[in-house]
Design a protein around this ligand. Structure first.
Ligand code: ME8
Length: 680
C-alpha cells in the first residue's frame, strides 16, 4: 500500500522583523493540521521559511551597518528558534537566499518561456521611487510622496520584465468556476472572483534599481521583484529546480501540487490570482486549495510591527511554563488561538482572555478530569484500569454507557470532530472535544459522585465501570485533542499507561472501548496547574519588555531604533559608536506620576525633557511610589517609537538598572544637570 502525501505551507515570513503572535498564528494552525493529517496516516510535508530579499532588507541592513546577508542570517534564526520553542513540526524550511531557491526561480522563468513564449516580456516600467529611502512608492507615474520620509518620490522609468497577467483572466475565472473551493472560506472566493472579473493588469516581476535579489537568467542587470521570488518558494523548498524542466526531483513529483497554502487574508491576491497564473504559464499543476485566515487583532487593530501593537509568543510560553512549573505554555497558546476564534475570521488577542481560557478549559476542565480519574484509579483500584462487569452493562440508565448505541454515538462525535479538522474549523473541533470532557467526564462523575463516600461493599461493579468509563473518555480526548494541545495529551496518554507516541496513533481509526482492563496507570500529576491571572499577565508583560529591550531585528518599514544584541554580563557583542549615537538619551524631570489601573508594575509618568512634556509608561510601580519619583531627574530614551502598554501610550522609555531579583533601580544624577541635556 502506498502512503498518501499531504503537503501544506505557511507563507514565508519577511525576514526583516521579529515574529509576533500574529505571525505565529498561521504556523500554529498549520502545525495542528500537519499533526492531524499525520494521525490520519498521511506522509505530511509541512513547509515554511523566510522571505529574505528586497529593498526593505537592503535598507534595514544598511541602517544597522551590516550586510543584507548578515541581517537575514541573524533574523531567519529567530524564526527557526521560535518554531522550535513552539514545537512546530516543520519538514521543510526555505530561505530565499539559498542557491537552490535561486536556481528554482530561474528555472521557473526559463520553463515559462518555453511553455508560454508570450507570458513574459520586457517593457518600460514607470513608477515613483524614493531615492532617500530606496523605496518603490507606487507603480504609477502619478506624483506621490514617500510614506517613510514624506519627500516627493521621483519618477523613474526603467526596462523591466513583465508577466502578462491580463492574458490569464479567462483561465482564472474558469478555474474558480470549476473548483469553487480553490479559495476558502467562500466569501474570500467571491472577493477574488470580483477582483479578476474587474480586469487584470500585467505585473512587473523584475527591477533594475535593486541589487539584493536573485539575478534574472541571462540578464543579471535585473533582479526578481519580491512576489515572483517569494511564491516560488512553495516549489523550490520541495526540490523544484532540478533537470531542464525543473521537475526531476522525485520528492517534488510526489508532493506537488500542494494540498493547501495557508495564508493571512491580506496576501490572498498574490496566492489566488498571481500564483496560479504563474504556474499555468509554466505548465505546472496548481495548488489544490488556498485558505485565507483572518487577522489577530490587538488593541483593536491588526497586530503588526509597523503599528507597534504587538505581543510576542516567547514571553507567553515562558511565563506560563514558569508560573505553572510545567511545560504548559505551548498548549496554552495553541488552545487559546485555535479555540477562541473561528478560523477564517478576525479574532482578538488578549493576555487576560488567554489566562481565563487556560484556567477554565485546560486547568479546571481537562486537567482536573485527568487528575481526578487517575487519583481514583490509584485510590480504589491500586492503579489498574478495572473491567466492566455484565451487571454494569445490564443496569438500567447507567448501562447505556456500555451499550452498542453509546459506541455509535461516540463514533458520530468523532466523525464531527474529524470533519471540523478537515475543514480547518479548529474552534468547532475543540468545542466538541470539550463537550466530551464535560458530558462524558465531569458530568458522569458529578452525577454518580464516587468520591462522596468510600465505595460500599457490593458496589465494586459500579466503581469498576465508572472508573473504566472516565479513563476511556480521557483516552479518547487525548487522541482527539492531540493536534491542538500536543504536549499535555502526550502526558495524559502516558499517565493512562499507553505506550509510544500519541502522534503515531490513527485518529481516524479511534474506537470506543479499546482501553484494556488491567492497564497500569501512572502517577496523577497535574497536567495543567492553575495559574493566577494578574500575576501571569504581569509576568508576560515583564518578559515582553525584556525582549523589546533585547535583540531587535531591523524593523519592517521604519527607521531602525536602537537595535543592539542583548549583552549578557560579560558578553562580547559590541556595537560601533555610530550605533550608540542613534540612541537619544536625555535628562528628564518627572512632573507627575500615577499607577496604571489593573497592574502592579506599570506607572504612568509625565516627564519634562526640556523641549516638551512626554507621557511615558515605566515598569517601576512595584519598586517606587508615585511620590518617590515626582521631581526626580531621570534618564530617558527619547527617540523610541511610541507604543501602548495596557492601552496607555508610552512615548519613550525610562532607563533603570535591574537588580538580581528583577526589581528596577532608576538611573539618576548626583550633580545637578539641566533638563533636556543629552547623554553621550
Ligand atoms: O506576507 N494576524 O510575510 P509576513 C494574523 N513574505 N496573521 C498575521 C498577522 C496578524 N496580526 N500578522 C502577520 C508576507 N500575519 C510575505 C509572504 S508568501 C510567498 C510571502 C501573517 O511576514 C500574515 O497574514 O508579512 C502572513 O500569512 C504571515 O503572517 C507572514 O506575513
Amino acid at each position: 500500500m502506498t502512503t498518501k502525501t499531504y503537503y501544506l505551507t505557511t507563507p514565508i515570513y519577511y525576514a526583516n522583523s521579529r515574529p509576533h503572535v500574529g505571525s505565529a498564528y498561521t504556523t500554529i494552525a498549520c502545525d495542528a493540521v500537519a499533526r492531524y493529517k499525520r494521525m490520519c496516516g498521511y506522509d505530511v510535508a509541512y513547509l515554511s521559511g523566510t522571505d529574505e530579499h528586497g529593498v526593505n532588507i537592503e535598507r534595514a541592513a544598511e541602517k544597522l551597518g551590516i550586510t543584507p546577508a548578515e541581517l537575514v542570517d541573524r533574523n531567519q534564526k529567530i524564526f527557526r528558534d521560535l518554531w522550535k520553542l513552539l514545537g512546530i513540526q516543520l519538514t521543510h524550511f526555505v530561505r530565499t537566499t539559498s542557491t537552490e531557491h535561486a536556481r528554482a526561480v530561474q528555472t521557473l522563468v526559463r520553463r515559462t518561456r518555453r511553455h508560454s513564449p508570450d507570458a513574459i516580456y520586457k517593457a518600460k516600467y514607470e513608477g515613483r521611487y524614493c531615492i532617500y529611502d530606496n523605496l518603490y512608492v507606487s507603480d504609477s507615474a502619478e506624483p506621490a510622496n514617500c510614506p517613510l520620509c514624506g519627500r516627493p518620490a521621483e519618477l523613474i522609468s526603467e526596462e523591466n520584465y513583465f508577466f502578462r497577467l491580463s492574458a490569464y483572466q479567462e483561465k482564472l475565472l474558469t478555474l474558480y468556476q470549476k473548483q469553487p473551493d480553490f479559495v476558502q472560506p467562500d466569501f474570500r472566493m467571491n472577493e477574488v472572483r470580483s477582483f479578476v472579473e474587474a480586469g487584470l493588469k500585467d505585473v512587473s516581476i523584475s527591477r533594475k534599481a535593486i541589487k539584493w535579489g536573485i539575478p534574472w537568467p541571462d540578464d543579471p542587470e535585473h533582479v526578481f521583484y519580491v512576489w515572483y521570488d517569494a511564491l516560488s518558494s512553495y516549489i523550490s523548498g520541495i526540490g523544484f529546480g532540478e533537470g531542464p524542466e525543473g521537475d526531476a526531483n522525485p520528492r517534488f513529483k510526489e508532493l506537488w501540487p500542494a494540498d493547501v497554502h495557508m495564508i493571512g487574508k491580506e496576501i490572498i491576491r498574490f496566492h489566488a490570482v498571481y500564483w496560479p497564473a504563474f504556474l499555468m504559464a509554466a505548465g505546472l499543476p496548481l495548488p489544490k486549495r488556498i485558505f485565507a485566515h483572518g487577522w489577530l487583532l490587538f488593541e483593536q487593530e491588526k497586530m503588526s510591527k509597523s503599528k507597534g501593537n504587538i505581543a510576542y509568543a516567547e514571553p507567553i510560553v515562558n511565563a506560563f511554563d514558569e508560573l505553572a512549573g510545567a511545560k504548559v505554555g505551548n498548549d496554552a497558546l495553541r488552545y487559546y488561538l485555535l479555540r477562541e476564534t473561528v478560523f477564517g475570521q478576525d479574532g482578538n488577542f488578549s493576555r487576560e482572555a488567554l489566562v481565563t481560557r487556560y484556567n477554565a478549559d485546560l486547568a479546571n476542565g481537562l486537567g482536573n478530569l485527568a487528575s481526578r480519574t487517575l487519583a481514583m484509579i490509584h485510590q480504589y483500584r491500586g492503579g489498574q484500569v478495572p473491567e466492566v462487569s455484565q451487571k454494569a452493562k445490564d443496569t438500567p440508565g447507567f448501562g447505556r454507557f456500555f451499550s452498542p448505541e453509546w459506541s455509535e454515538s461516540t463514533k458520530k462525535a468523532r466523525v464531527r470532530i474529524l470533519h471540523s479538522y478537515d475543514e480547518f474549523q479548529f474552534s468547532a473541533a475543540a468545542g466538541e472535544i470539550w463537550e466530551i470532557v464535560a458530558n462524558w467526564g465531569d458530568q458522569v462523575l458529578s452525577t454518580y459522585q464516587p468520591w462522596a463516600k468510600e465505595p460500599q461493599p457490593g458496589q465494586e461493579w459500579f466503581v469498576d465501570a465508572l472508573l473504566w468509563l472516565v479513563a476511556e473518555t480521557l483516552r479518547h480526548v487525548a487522541v482527539l485533542a492531540h493536534p491542538i494541545i500536543p504536549d499535555a495529551t502526550q502526558k495524559i496518554w502516558e499517565q493512562l499507561g499507553q505506550t509510544g507516541k500519541l502522534g503515531d496513533q490513527r485518529i481516524d481509526q479511534l474506537k470506543w472501548g479499546e482501553l484494556r482492563p488491567g492497564t497500569r496507570v501512572g502517577r496523577p500529576e497535574a497536567v495543567f496547574p492553575r495559574i493566577e491571572k494578574k500575576e501571569a499577565v504581569e509576568r508576560m508583560e515583564a518578559m515582553e519588555e525584556e525582549i523589546r529591550k533585547g535583540p531587535a531585528p531591523a524593523p519592517k518599514a521604519e527607521p531602525a531604533a536602537a537595535a543592539s544584541a542583548p549583552a549578557a554580563p560579560g558578553a562580547t557583542s559590541r556595537i560601533g559608536i555610530e550605533d550608540f549615537a542613534k540612541v537619544e538619551l536625555r535628562v528628564g524631570e518627572v512632573k507627575s506620576a500615577e499607577r496604571v489601573a489593573g497592574t502592579d508594575r506599570l506607572m504612568k509618568l509625565v516627564v519634562d525633557i526640556g523641549t516638551e512634556q512626554r507621557q511615558i509608561v515605566a515598569g517601576i510601580a512595584a519598586a517606587y511610589t508615585p511620590e518617590q519619583v515626582v521631581g526626580r531627574k531621570v534618564v530617558i530614551v527619547a527617540n523610541l517609537e511610541p507604543r501602548k502598554l495596557r492601552g496607555v501610550e508610552s512615548n519613550g522609555m525610562v532607563v533603570a538598572a535591574t537588580r538580581p531579583d528583577g526589581s528596577p533601580v532608576l538611573c539618576t544624577f548626583i550633580e545637578d544637570v539641566p533638563v533636556g541635556s543629552r547623554l553621550k
